[in-house]
Design a protein around this ligand. Structure first.
Ligand SMILES: [Zn+2]
Length: 607
């Protein structure tokens, strides 16, 4: 192993971001045909430019620019999983790149978009927009600051600019000032489903085998089938007495635990809907409820709630007050983090119809009530976001497993950790969909005829999927996790190396929390290592019996990130997820190192 400390000047790296660069003024604020308002700026697109999109942690996407015609919307981002932070960037291959940023918009129904100007998208129109409430008008300014900043470099330089823009925000100071308590000591999460006799034994075994403190995000503990009959969560599926006993056992084992409750949706096809559901539902511009039938068996429609939904919120608050006192340290409230945004056009709600900022403000009031009724209990929700990050203590991620949601075929984008580069340490990230057996959880309340009866040896057919998904989140600074981990997986001979890697990952993460939980991400520089084409099983919770597809993605065999911990120590964190020993050579602004990493193993290089 050779390690050399270097200065930026010694390396032929992209130029550092021009943090002091002047902003370029956007055009006049204009009212669009649909009543929204926006300001825009056309910038030059050069070479094989890419877009840096605020989907989940962040995403880089390439385009076939020559085929794009004048006026085409290349990307439009709205709050939720489609815009977790408010920056969209054009990464030009040559010359200046451009970041369009909204400052102070985290409660607002804002949007960012990029449109082609001229055939072949010779120029890109970057647009900052807003959906007002009815009657709200603007002349020169939207209710937040919009800016375009030119810079040189890639996603990390864009993240550095954004980090500087949000540095003085009070929500960030408040979020960072929190004590995360037992959450800080978690070394591995289990995203397990069903009753305690299925959920707990594999966790207990893993905790004993690894010696690392673990956590449980407990799904399907409730009697109702998944994605049906919300918000009627109590009583537990296995009975109150058995459930309480199980939680006591988790407590005695020192396992941090939280249960699933959906914080956003009410089942329109449940009898309780007639008792206040209609009054609470979010209404779109056409006057309809915003509803999705996620559960393909029951086909029940889950309607999203408006923030002005007292009756619904009372149901959820009561459910939380029933569950938490059993002995849980946290409460997971699904969909708020990635779905409680945007507009409601109801005319019988307390807010004016339209966008504005009422949705997030009202959801925050509801969350504050949950907090005050359950003092000391952590709240958790889905995906990165700025709107609620000072209230929720943790966010679950599925994006470390993004290839499995591609619907088959070649994956043509890359997730990059912009959100952690900006916000790491201010909120705890955890999670992925890494499923060692390759078999999604099955709810016995679904029809028996739909259950797969001829499972294959998925870990042998897709040997790289589990280690890629498991290790990627850790490299981004998220706590590691396994999904639907069953007791038989821990002793399956096909999975022996994967189980050993799980244990190594838990121990490595836990021993390096100073960097991976609390650290500041440093410039990634350039890595030289082998590239491998990886196949991913695409099969979801609701996939039809016998149906699956395969996605492929070319990936570097060594994932890595570089961190400075609060005490000032710096380290490169590396993982070789492949089944062969691999060489690597890394050059960054701060360090240059090279070496060899054994198969399926982690390495830390301090400098
Ligand atoms: Zn409303």
């Amino acid at each position: 192993m050779n390690i050399v400390k270097v200065s930026a000047a010694a390396l032929m790296l992209p130029l550092a971001c021009t943090l002091c660069a002047a902003e370029i003024p956007l055009g006049e604020v204009k009212c669009l045909e649909n009543g929204n308002w926006s300001a825009s700026l056309a910038v030059e697109r050069r070479g094989n430019a890419k877009m840096l999109i605020p989907h989940s942690v962040g995403e880089i996407k390439s385009y076939d620019w020559e085929k794009i015609t004048d006026g085409k919307v290349i990307v439009r981002c709205r709050p939720g999983w489609g815009m977790t932070y408010r920056m969209l960037a054009l990464l030009n291959e040559f010359g200046d790149s451009y970041a369009i940023i909204q400052k102070g918009a985290r409660f607002h129904a804002s949007f960012l978009s990029a449109k082609a100007k001229g055939d072949g998208a010779k120029e890109i129109i970057l647009e900052s927009g807003y959906v007002p409430v009815k009657g709200e008008k603007f002349s020169r300014n939207l209710p937040f600051k919009s800016m375009v900043i030119p810079f040189r470099g890639g996603w990390f330089e864009a993240a550095e600019i954004y980090k500087k823009v949000v540095a003085d925000e009070q929500y960030l100071k408040d979020a960072r000032a929190r004590n995360f308590g037992q959450l800080e000591n978690v070394g591995f999460w289990f995203w397990n489903r069903r009753t305690s006799d299925i959920v707990i034994p594999p966790i207990e075994k893993f905790a004993a085998d690894s010696g690392v403190p673990v956590a449980l995000d407990w799904y399907w503990w409730h009697d109702i089938p998944y994605d049906t009959s919300y918000p009627n969560y109590w009583p537990p599926r296995e009975g109150v007495e058995s459930f309480r006993k199980a939680v006591k056992k988790l407590n005695s084992l020192g396992i941090y635990a939280q249960t699933y409750i959906n914080g956003l949706s009410w089942d329109m096809d449940d009898p309780t809907w007639k008792d206040g559901g209609e009054r609470c539902g979010k209404i779109n511009r056409k006057g309809k409820f915003v509803a999705t039938a996620w559960n393909r068996f029951s086909k029940h429609r889950l309607a999203e709630m408006c923030g002005d939904s007292e009756k619904f919120q009372q149901h959820i608050r009561k459910a939380v007050r029933s569950v938490v006192p059993c002995g849980f340290q946290g409460q997971y409230l699904d969909q708020i983090g990635n779905g409680a945004y945007g507009c409601c056009w109801a005319t019988n709600h307390t807010h004016a119809p339209g966008g504005g900022d009422h949705m997030v403000r009202n959801f925050r009031k509801y969350l504050r009530k949950v907090q005050s009724e359950n003092p000391g209990v952590h709240l958790s929700s889905e995906d990165c976001n700025e709107s609620y990050m000072d209230i929720f203590d943790s966010f679950i991620l599925t994006s470390p497993s993004y290839e499995r949601f591609n619907g088959g075929g070649k994956v043509d984008f890359e997730k990059v950790p912009v959100f952690p580069a900006v916000y790491h340490g201010a909120v705890v990230l955890f999670g992925n969909f890494a499923t060692m057996s390759g078999i999604p959880a099955w709810d016995p309340k679904w029809p028996d005829s739909e259950k797969w009866t001829d499972e294959k040896d998925w870990p042998t057919l897709f040997p790289d999927q589990f280690p890629v998904e498991l290790s990627r989140g850790v490299i981004w600074g998220a706590q590691p996790c396994a999904h639907n981990f069953r007791i038989e997986d821990a002793s399956n001979p096909s999975c022996a190396k994967l189980y050993a890697f799980m244990i190594d990952t838990a121990r490595f993460y836990h021993a390096n929390r100073d960097f991976l939980l609390k650290g500041e991400m440093l410039h990634p520089g350039k890595m030289d290592c082998s590239i491998k084409n990886v196949e991913f099983l695409n099969r979801g919770t609701y996939s039809k019996k016998g149906e699956y597809s395969v996605a492929t993605h070319e990936l570097p065999v060594v994932f890595y990130s570089i961190w400075k911990c609060p005490s000032g120590k710096r380290a490169v964190i590396l993982v070789n997820w492949s089944r062969n020993e691999e060489k690597f050579a890394l050059k960054t602004r701060d360090v240059s190192c090279e070496g060899v990493i054994p198969a399926l193993s982690w390495k830390k290089v301090e400098f």
